[in-house]
Design a protein around this ligand. Structure first.
Ligand SMILES: [Zn+2]
Length: 125
């Protein structure tokens, strides 16, 4: 299991917008590059996995296209939620190039959020 890292946000003091900070270097230059959603119809049930990613490197190029992959393998191995539905947004830092996941998990009626650093791997699942 990857270490859960507290979500770090910066308040730029305009329009009620918060800036997500890199869990490694603390800078606010994160690019989202992929999204993976795990949907469970019932607690402890199998998940339907939907994955979408930008095909160009790290989302820097606005010419990139997206690929949407729906996987019905029911594989919950990367689901942030142990028993319910979860969501991962893969991020790459423009400054230090660290790959990380912004994670959301359903847990007993609450939505939990945290970051995980992805070490030694390209994005994708
Ligand atoms: Zn960084």
């Amino acid at each position: 299991m990857k270490d859960k890292i507290k979500l770090r946000l910066e308040d730029p003091r305009f329009d009620n917008i918060l800036v997500m900070l890199c869990p490694h270097c603390g800078q606010g230059n994160l690019h989202h590059i992929a999204v993976t959603m795990y949907n469970r119809l019932e607690e402890d049930g199998a998940a339907t996995v939907c994955h979408s990613e930008i095909e160009s490197k790290a989302g820097y190029s606005d010419t990139g296209t997206t690929a949407v992959i729906t996987n019905h393998s029911k594989d919950n191995s990367n689901n942030p939620s142990l028993r319910r539905s979860g969501l991962r947004i893969a991020l790459e830092c423009e400054i230090c190039e660290t790959l990380s996941d912004f994670c959301l998990a359903q847990h007993k009626g609450q939505t939990h959020v945290w970051m995980e650093i992805l070490e030694g791997k390209k994005y994708g699942y």
